[in-house]
Design a protein around this ligand. Structure first.
Ligand code: DGL
Length: 273
C-alpha cells in the first residue's frame, strides 16, 4: 500500500457482513473516507464456485477502482481466499485481503502451534488460510472446518441462545478435540458470534481477520489525521436494497449506516487487460 491516504479506500464484500471490517477500520483509522460495496443481490459467495466468485470480485473491483479509490480492501474472506492474486494483477491500486493478516496474527498468538480455521465452504476448500499459516510457520498444525450455518444465524440476529450455542459447539467440537489453542474467524460474520464462540471454546484465542486486517491497513497507510475530529465519509453501494440490510448494517457497524446507493448489476462489468 502506498501513500494514497487522501483518496477513499474501497471495501467490498458479498453483502452486509463486511461491515465488521469497516467497523474495525473506522476504529483504527477514523479519518479515512470509505466506499463500501455489498453485493446483496448475489450473496452468498461462500457456496459458489471459484470461477463465479472470481468474476463477481473482478466486477466489483473494477467498479470501485472506477470510483477513484486509492486502495482496495477485500473484506469478503471467500473472495480473499479465491480471487486476491488475480485482483492484484488486474487493478492498479494496492490491495489488502483478510487471509494474510489473520494468519499472521494467529501465528503470533498461538502458544502450542495448533491453529484452527473456520470459514465458508469455499474459503475452507481453497486452503488459502492453511497455506498462509504454513508459509509463516511450516511446523504449525492446522485444521479447518466450514461452518455454513453461521452466516444465516447472524443474518437472522440469532447471535446467542441455546440453538446458536448448540450449532457453534457442533462445528467447533472436532477442532477443539485436536487441541487448537487459537482459532481464526475466517469469515466476515463470525466476529458477531464471539460471545457464543467464547462460551463453546473457553480459553481458545480468537483471531478476527477483520481486526487483524484493520491493524495491517493502519500500518501500511499510517494512522492519519482526523480533521476537526470528524470521522471519514462512508458511502454504501449495494446491488439490492432489501430492508434487512439497513437493520443488520446498523447492528454490525455499530452506527447508523448511510442511505444505500443502488448499483444495477448491468453496471458491473470487467474487461481483462
Ligand atoms: N462474506 C463472506 C465471507 O467472508 C460470507 C458470506 C457469504 O458466503 O457470502 O466469506
Amino acid at each position: 500500500m502506498g501513500a494514497c491516504e487522501r483518496l477513499p479506500i474501497g471495501v467490498f464484500d458479498s453483502g452486509v457482513g463486511g461491515l465488521t471490517v469497516v467497523r474495525e477500520i473506522r476504529r483504527h483509522l477514523p479519518g479515512l473516507d470509505i466506499l463500501y460495496f455489498g453485493d446483496t443481490a448475489r450473496v452468498p459467495y461462500g457456496n459458489k464456485s471459484p470461477e463465479t466468485i472470481l468474476r463477481y470480485s473482478l466486477e466489483i473491483g473494477a467498479f470501485l477502482v472506477g470510483q477513484g479509490i486509492g486502495s482496495l480492501v477485500v473484506a469478503c474472506n471467500t473472495s480473499s481466499a479465491t480471487a486476491l492474486g488475480r485482483l492484484g494483477e488486474d487493478f492498479p491500486v494496492p490491495i489488502l485481503g483478510m487471509i494474510e493478516p489473520g494468519a499472521r496474527m494467529a501465528v503470533s498468538k498461538s502458544r502450542n502451534g495448533r491453529i484452527g480455521i473456520i470459514g465458508t465452504r469455499a474459503t475452507v476448500a481453497s486452503g488459502a488460510y492453511e497455506r498462509a499459516v504454513k508459509a509463516l510457520d511450516p511446523g504449525a498444525f492446522v485444521t479447518s472446518a466450514a461452518c455454513p450455518l453461521f452466516v444465516p444465524l447472524v443474518e437472522e440476529g440469532w447471535v446467542d441462545g441455546p440453538v446458536t450455542l448448540e450449532v457453534v459447539r457442533r462445528y467447533l467440537g472436532p477442532l477443539l478435540a485436536q487441541g487448537v489453542d487459537t482459532l481464526i474467524l475466517g469469515c466476515t460474520h463470525y466476529p458477531v458470534l464471539v460471545p457464543a464462540i467464547e462460551q463453546a471454546a473457553p480459553g481458545v484465542h480468537l483471531v478476527s481477520s477483520a481486526h487483524a486486517a484493520a491493524l495491517d491497513l493502519r500500518e501500511r497507510l499510517g494512522p492519519g489525521t482526523v480533521p476537526d475530529g470528524k470521522p471519514g465519509d462512508l458511502r454504501v453501494f449495494v446491488t439490492d436494497t432489501g430492508t434487512h440490510f439497513q437493520a443488520m448494517g446498523d447492528l454490525i457497524l455499530g452506527e447508523p449506516i448511510p442511505v444505500l446507493e443502488k448499483i444495477e448489476e448491468e453496471r458491473l462489468v470487467f474487461h481483462a487487460k
